[in-house]
Design a protein around this ligand. Structure first.
Ligand SMILES: NC(=O)c1ccc[n+]([C@@H]2O[C@H](COP(=O)([O-])OP(=O)(O)OC[C@H]3O[C@@H](n4cnc5c(N)ncnc54)[C@H](OP(=O)(O)O)[C@@H]3O)[C@@H](O)[C@H]2O)c1
Length: 313
């Protein structure tokens, strides 16, 4: 990509999109285009069409989506399916029509079958039933990935997609509608610690295994793929290491210096029992994951406390 190329990052106010914009700016890309939801509602087909026609971006990175944790997905499956289909269809299709050179679409590892063999290889996609708690979101993401593939095959474009999961870091959401595992735990633990609670409830059995990717590592991969990846196959983006929710809970207790009795609520659904991606394909392109989890949990907790303090001012 030319350093002066017009690069549109959709979803730049979000955790991942914000980090991608910062990464591009740090690497001296001079023409990064962003839009807030108020400036461009991505559900509005005509508005997205007009935007492409007027701005003519040369590259597009799609980090806009309706995103949420397990409870939000279970409560609003219709919105998760509908809004994500609309957002990605508008962004991907008009990018194709208006001659975008290269596009990267971010999707999520929840699209693999619930009982997927571990680690999950790209070819396991659509070989079994989806996890029911986030099925709407997953169906939309699969459709977006396929649309990129079909456009690439049919029209000789370079529309690619990659699949991270459980991203965390500064910029994360600490509100109950949108949070993921790490911000949810940090927020709840901080409140419990401040209240002097001697017991702490965890929403799950603690046995589910998950992997966590630091947001700056993800933004690095995204830029790496935009600059270097010439294939069209979608790629898993992962760290090769997973931990149980129980282990994560104890890690956070150390980070926050808070040691209550932990009670795991076994009546709540765990979601998929394990999610570990196989990153052989990504590794073959030359990229290597770097940041150890514990180091950046400290950083994320500091960010949370700073956000709390600035909200109180
Ligand atoms: N976070 C993770 O753990 C994770 C894991 C795997 C994959 N991903 C993928 O990474 C991408 C970004 O995730 P994220 O965690 O950064 O999510 P996020 O923080 O919730 O950000 C979503 C972005 O999309 C924007 N958006 C949503 N609906 C919109 C609309 N109708 N019009 C305009 N903008 C809209 C949001 O704008 P507002 O700020 O106005 O809401 C925000 O900028 C998603 O595709 C997600 O599937 C994330």
């Amino acid at each position: 990509m030319d350093k002066n190329a017009k690069i549109y990052v959709a979803g730049s106010t979000g955790l991942v999109g914000g980090a991608i914009v910062q990464r591009l700016q740090k690497e001296w890309y001079t023409h990064v285009i962003t839009q807030t939801r108020e400036e461009l509602n991505l559900l509005d087909k005509k508005a997205v069409n007009d935007f492409y026609q007027k701005i003519k971006p040369e590259y597009v990175i799609i980090s806009a989506a309706r995103v949420g944790w397990i409870k939000a997905n279970m409560t609003y499956p219709a919105e998760f399916l509908y809004e994500n289909l609309e957002i990605q269809n508008n962004l991907i299709w008009w990018a194709h029509i208006f001659g975008v050179n290269k596009l990267l679409f971010l999707w999520s590892s929840c699209i693999y079958p619930r009982e997927c063999p571990q680690p999950m290889k790209e070819e396991y996609l659509m070989t079994g039933k989806l996890e029911p708690t986030n099925e709407g979101y997953a169906i939309a993401k699969i459709a977006g990935m396929r649309l990129c593939e079909y456009i690439s095959q049919q029209f000789g474009k370079h529309f690619i997609s990659c699949m991270p999961t459980n991203v965390y870091g500064p910029g994360d959401h600490f509100d109950a509608e949108r949070w993921h595992v790490i911000p949810a735990m940090i927020q709840r633990m901080h409140v419990a610690k401040s209240a002097g609670d001697t017991t702490f409830w965890v929403w799950w059995t603690g046995n589910a295994r998950r992997e966590f990717l630091y947001v700056d590592d993800l933004s690095e991969v995204v830029l790496y793929l935009m600059e270097n990846y010439t294939g069209t196959d979608f790629l898993n983006v992962w760290t090769w290491e997973d931990i149980s929710i129980k282990e994560l809970t104890y890690m956070l207790m150390d980070v926050m210096d808070y040691h209550p009795e932990i009670i795991f609520d076994t009546s709540k659904p765990d979601g998929m029992p394990q999610k570990l991606l196989d990153v052989t394909k990504l590794s073959a392109t030359g990229w290597k994951y770097r940041t150890p989890l514990i180091e950046w949990l400290n950083n994320t907790y500091e960010h949370y406390k700073n956000t709390l303090m600035s909200d109180k001012k």
